[in-house]
Design a protein around this ligand. Structure first.
Ligand code: NAD
Length: 472
């Protein structure tokens, strides 16, 4: 049949965000014979993708976009038109956590996935492969299929695949170019298997068939939630050990090295820190907990809840350490916050640990000078004025300043500097000079273990670091 003999020539991606943008840029770069249209409801975001100042900072992304844009990579708000032309449609819309609802687990809000599926069902006049790229709860594909069927025209067929994205922000382009694996889940029918093969062929333009894992749809959906839950769990595990280090005199960096040398454990993701952030880990664990509750698996839900609990505890523990060192009061003391993004090499601030550190310090009456090379003022204001933080707007306006690179001005007259993000350039600052412009005693709180603590102490700083008891 015509449907089964189709060759993939045109891809449409709904959602021009942190996943849709970089993923499609790489597909366009590696598949010059495929036309790739990235569409979004937000005209502002699309305008930015079509400008010299693309909306997302990722090392290597801008170069690829500039090379393919206008050739086989297009950004537009013409959603209906691009859906109709496509053989494959990626759904890469946001799936935030609901801020309301009953129960302990926080359900994912599938409004945007549903509206994307609704649009496809209304607009599509020819058969399509629909790919879930967004992270969704298990069985979301079933809802998408039901939605699509409700409007299905005669002779139009939809195959829905799950193809979760495993890229990490900050290394998105290299992750997309050299993925550990590609996971594709589909229906266990001839048509389902055919659709899986079609999507595999796209990836095989640059990845080896041997790393493409194919499963049924539900295994694929669950694997994404489980992968993020296990990554976050590793961070909470090492952070829980960091608390023991600070109380006992053990050194978390030595402990991490000793643990990681065991090949069964491995050394990655064992860096203690002020806690994980970002738009995914907490959301996806909440999603998993919600799923467990719905399946009556209370003990399993309780197990994963601890990962979030330890993460919150780590941030509070760190702030308490700061307050205690500053003679138990931060009122009107200036504190320099190094980093507002949730990790290095990204401008993304969603759910960053730094936001929570800033919130707790503002509650204590501190004045903050935030230093981040990739975050702009509006974005910082947007995050700090989130109603959930409950910070009065005049407090934010009067007590917070943002600096992009002037570290001396950011630190002038401050009592403490607090490292919240592991940006590489924070390592090479002239800390002797910084010490001179700070109030004395001058404190450093290293929440990312990136600084040379011995050297800082030799300049006169009082240094505290996650997972260490430093001898002053
Ligand atoms: P994002 O908020 O950056 O982008 C989503 C975009 O979708 C927005 O620009 C929004 O305007 C658009 N959109 C929403 N509904 C739409 C509709 N009906 N039609 C057209 N456009 C619509 O989100 P993101 O960070 O790219 O994440 C997308 C999904 O991928 C989420 O489910 C997330 O969990 C998952 N994911 C994210 C990452 C990451 O590192 N950010 C990694 C892997 C997976």
């Amino acid at each position: 049949p015509e449907y089964l003999s189709k060759n993939i020539q045109n891809i449409c991606c709904i959602g021009a965000g942190y996943v849709g943008g970089p993923t499609c840029a790489v597909i366009a770069y590696k598949c010059p014979d495929i036309q790739v249209n990235v569409v979004d409801l937000s005209q502002e975001r699309i305008n930015a993708w079509n400008s010299d100042n693309i909306p997302i900072y990722e090392p290597g992304l801008s170069e690829i976009v500039m090379e393919r844009r206008g050739k086989n990579l297009h950004f537009s708000t013409k959603i209906d038109e691009c859906i109709e032309k496509a053989d494959i449609i990626f759904i890469s819309v946001n799936t935030p956590t609901k801020t309301y609802g009953v129960g302990l687990g926080r359900a994912p809000d599938l409004t945007y996935v549903e509206s994307a599926a609704r649009t496809i069902s209304k607009v599509a006049k020819t058969s399509k492969i629909i790919v879930e790229k967004s992270t969704v709860p298990v069985k979301a594909a079933e809802s998408i299929i039901n939605m699509l069927k409700s409007n299905q025209k005669p002779d139009v067929e939809f195959q829905v695949l799950s193809n979760p994205e495993f890229l990490a922000e900050g290394t998105a382009i290299s992750d997309l170019l050299n993925p550990d694996r590609i996971l594709i889940g589909g229906e266990d029918t001839d048509k389902g298997q055919w659709a899986i093969e079609q999507l595999s062929k796209v990836y095989q333009h640059w990845v080896d068939r041997s790393i493409i894992i194919t499963t049924n749809t539900w295994s694929s959906e669950l694997s994404k939630l489980a992968a993020n839950a296990m990554l976050a769990q590793r961070i909470s595990s090492i952070n829980s050990i960091s608390a023991i280090c600070e109380s006992s005199g053990a050194d978390i960096q030595h402990v991490s090295k000793a643990i990681g040398a065991d090949s069964r454990i491995g050394s990655k993701f064992l860096q203690a820190s002020v806690g994980f952030g970002g738009s995914c880990f907490q959301k996806d664990i909440n999603n998993l907990i919600y799923l467990c509750e719905n399946l009556n698996l209370k003990e399993v839900a309780d197990y994963w809840s601890q990962v979030i609990l330890i993460n919150d505890y780590q941030k509070k523990r760190f702030v308490n350490k700061i307050i205690k060192s500053l003679f138990n009061t931060c009122t009107n003391k200036k504190i320099a916050i190094f980093g507002f993004a949730f990790k290095k090499n990204t401008g993304d601030t969603r759910e960053s640990a730094s936001i929570h550190i800033c919130k707790y310090l503002l509650d204590e009456g501190a004045n903050l000078n935030i230093l981040d090379p990739k975050v702009d003022y509006d974005q910082m204001m947007f995050e700090l004025s989130n109603p959930q933080l409950n910070l009065p707007i005049d407090v934010i306006k009067n007590k917070v300043q943002l600096f992009s690179d002037d570290v001396i001005e950011a630190c002038r007259n401050s009592h403490a500097l607090v490292v919240c993000t592991e940006w590489d350039n924070f390592k090479s600052y002239d800390y002797e000079k910084i010490y001179e412009v700070m109030q004395k005693p001058a404190h450093i709180f290293d929440g990312r273990l990136i600084l040379d603590h011995e050297r800082l102490m030799s300049y006169g700083f009082h240094v505290e670091a996650i997972g260490k008891r430093l001898n002053h």
